[in-house]
Design a protein around this ligand. Structure first.
Ligand code: SF4
Length: 433
């Protein structure tokens, strides 16, 4: 069997480098000019209220703009850009598309823009009782060009092309993908692609992201494009470049087992740069204490009387997005005195332990799972899906834990400010010239 080809190209000029990247992997070979093409970027969330550094988080408009231009130059006329961001992310897709400069692509090339969250989803049966609600727009495309970011993920280790397709699901199916047992994350999301006509994957590696997938992670300039007509091969190479062997990444192992793929990079044809030259380890994980009592940073600050159990893969993106704000609010409540013996649990499988005076059940899943938990003396039940952070602060204040929202706002400013003056950290990558 012929080896799948993956191209790795160092970016100098985005348009020229993308052309080179596609030429090396014969990226447009699977497309016909009359095809209905759907481009799927990664725009997992956005924020107009507080600073939001998109570095390594959101696919650059520079790559999307160059791709649309190349497609138009090759005679493609029916191009749509579509995404279904996390639904608790505030701005609607239309406003985000405008902020990313996509309206210029609409004017210039007649590109259509689709916010999946405002459109129809179709229940799609995978044949063995596994049903996902997928954006009709994605199912009806003739070909999908998947344009994820080169980033790590605190649950899946890496988030590349196959994971990016989770944005084609409705909210319920996204949540379903964070199940338990046979419905665990690394088993569920790799299946999404089975019903989608993905013809080409381009990993936008202008930046990488440590401790992704959100802007709380740290971005690094990388200037790389990784492209392939083979989605799995492209992800395998992306993972290698982020410093992870395929055997270490559960979803790649699961996908390879199910579809008969090799996990050995030597079984793929690499063109352009070599993996070895570009490989640089980027950590995916947040440091927690060995006793699972909270982030190591909390311990270093001398915070006591508060135990936060580490999130697991059953925490879906809605709660994940609120997790860091929750930590920041708790941290803001520390004034040098111990917390009043509080435990925080999240997700679908954390049971509150005995010995705490108060247990915070963060999110509807934790509330359900701990409904009859005899260990709990007093519960603060945050039933939101995901919980509202104002409500969180309000409920904690009743227990004498005074969170300061301004600290969180300061943190958000810090997230963007730390890139100021850093070479190459240019927000114009998220606009279209
Ligand atoms: S409560 Fe949180 S983890 Fe549970 S489904 Fe809602 S957002 Fe997901």
């Amino acid at each position: 069997m012929a080896k799948s080809t993956v191209s790795i190209v160092k970016v100098k000029d985005v348009y020229e480098s993308l052309q080179e990247s596609l030429a090396l992997c014969d990226g447009l070979a699977g497309l016909k000019t009359g095809d209905k093409i759907l481009i799927k970027p990664n725009i997992v969330s956005w924020d107009f209220d507080l600073p939001f550094p998109p570095f390594g988080v959101v696919t650059t408009s520079a790559v999307i703009g160059a791709l649309v231009r190349i497609l138009a130059e090759h005679g493609f006329r029916d191009i749509t850009i579509g995404e279904g961001a996390v639904t608790n992310a505030k701005p609607q897709g239309d406003a985000v598309f405008a902020a990313l400069g996509y309206l210029k692509l609409q004017e210039r090339y007649g590109v259509k823009l689709a916010d999946f969250n405002q459109e129809e989803f179709l229940p799609t049966d995978y044949g063995d009782g596994f049903v996902l609600n997928i954006a009709k727009r994605a199912l009806e495309a003739d070909k999908i060009i998947n344009v994820p970011v080169l980033k790590t993920h605190n649950q899946a280790k890496v988030s590349l092309g196959i994971k990016n397709l989770k944005g084609c699901l409705n909210r319920k199916s996204k949540q379903f993908c964070h199940g338990l047992g046979d419905e665990e994350l690394s088993l569920t999301f790799p299946r999404i692609i089975e019903k989608l006509p993905v013809s080409l994957t381009i990993i936008d590696g202008l930046f990488t992201l440590e401790r992704g997938p959100a802007p709380t992670g740290k971005a690094y300039k990388k200037d790389l494009l990784i492209s392939s007509r083979d989605s799995f091969a492209c992800d395998l190479v992306g993972a290698e470049i982020l410093g992870y062997n395929a055997e270490e990444v559960a979803y790649l192992v699961n996908y390879a087992t199910r579809h008969g793929y090799s996990l050995d990079p030597a079984d793929y044809g690499i063109k352009g740069e070599s993996i070895a030259d570009q490989r640089e380890f980027v950590d995916f994980d947040w440091e927690w204490t060995e006793e699972d009592t909270g982030p190591v940073g909390f311990k270093k600050r001398g915070i006591t009387g508060l135990v936060i159990r580490k999130y697991d893969s059953s925490l879906c993106t809605g709660c994940s997005v609120q997790y860091n704000p929750m930590l920041m609010l708790l941290s803001s409540a520390f004034k040098g005195q111990p917390f009043p013996n509080v435990e925080v649990v999240t997700g679908k499988q954390q049971l509150g332990s005995a010995g705490f005076d108060t247990t915070v059940l963060f999110g509807k899943c934790a509330c359900h799972y701990n409904k009859d938990n005899p260990n709990i003396k007093k519960a603060i039940r945050l039933w939101g899906c995901p919980p509202d952070m104002e409500k969180f602060a309000e409920e904690l204040a009743k227990e004498g834990i005074e969170c300061n929202y301004n600290e969180y706002v300061r943190f958000r400013h810090y997230l963007l400010d730390r890139y100021k003056g850093e070479e190459g950290f240019d927000l114009s990558y998220w606009s279209v010239e």
